[in-house]
Design a binder for this molecule. Structure first.
Ligand code: PGA
Length: 250
């Protein structure tokens, strides 16, 4: 039986008043799938308090790759230890495009996240221009190779990967299940070549919602979803998780 991962990426959204009932509803459920939320860092203490004793995983959306020092505004992986953090996103296209994160930075952050025994969720994906020029697989290959540079095979197998085509993120235009399956099957081969592991968990992200979840999650290589917009309310997120639970039982 396939166990899906459904991870919400709240980005820079929601407040304490909105998160409290959301956490409450989520932890009252007994999902078959693995469910998690990557919250804004300021809400990690709240997630720790509310979710630590539940089945809901929680984590951060970013860290800096140094342990401490003169890095105004940044947060270290070390600091996340105080909140029993499980997950950390890395390489999200918004970080790459808006905050200039290169493959080298993604690699340094991935190593740091693993050093502290959190699970990195390493994101990769091509832009529309890259896809239209026929470079989608080349971009994916370069981003995966870059993220995994000098990592041990054992560490590689601890990573959750997320294919998020940039053109599908927050646009309402999801990749078709065929497009997502094609890239994820390919990306799993790339990771296999490097890690020798066939146990890699790889998610799809990009306008995933209840109306397309069934089709996308039914693809053989897709192990779940990284969900932005449709994770901002319990109702929307729950609808996707219930679809995943249903598929995994079928
Ligand atoms: P979206 O975002 O579901 O709103 O497209 C996904 C993500 O950026 O992780």
């Amino acid at each position: 039986m396939k166990k899906f991962y459904l991870i919400g990426n709240l980005k820079m959204n929601l407040s304490k008043a909105e998160l409290l009932p959301y956490f409450e509803k989520l932890k009252s459920k007994n999902y078959k799938s693995k469910v998690g939320l990557c919250v804004p860092s300021v809400y990690l203490p709240l997630a720790h308090k509310e979710l630590n004793d539940s089945n809901v995983l929680y984590g951060a959306q970013n860290i800096y790759y140094k342990d401490s020092g003169a890095y105004t505004g940044e947060i270290s992986a070390k600091m996340l230890q105080d909140f029993n953090t499980k997950l950390v996103l890395v390489g999200h296209s918004e970080r790459r495009a808006l905050f200039g994160e290169t493959n080298e930075v993604v690699n340094a952050k991935t190593k740091k996240i693993l050093e502290y025994s959190y699970t990195p969720i390493v994101c990769f994906g091509e832009t529309l221009a890259e896809r239209n020029q026929g470079f989608a697989k080349d971009v994916v290959y370069g981003q995966i190779r870059g993220a995994l540079e000098n990592l041990s095979k054992e560490n590689m197998s601890k990573i959750i990967f997320a294919y998020e085509p940039v053109w599908a993120i927050g646009t309402g235009i999801n990749a078709t299940s065929k497009q997502a399956e094609e890239i994820i099957a390919y990306a799993k081969e790339v990771v296999y070549e490097l890690s020798s592991s066939r146990e890699i968990v790889m998610l799809y992200g990009g306008s995933l919602k209840a109306s397309n979840a069934e089709d996308i999650l039914n693809q053989p290589s897709i192990d779940g979803g990284l969900i932005g917009g449709a994770s901002l309310t319990f109702e929307d997120f729950n609808a996707i998780i219930e679809i995943a639970d249903r598929i995994s039982q079928a």
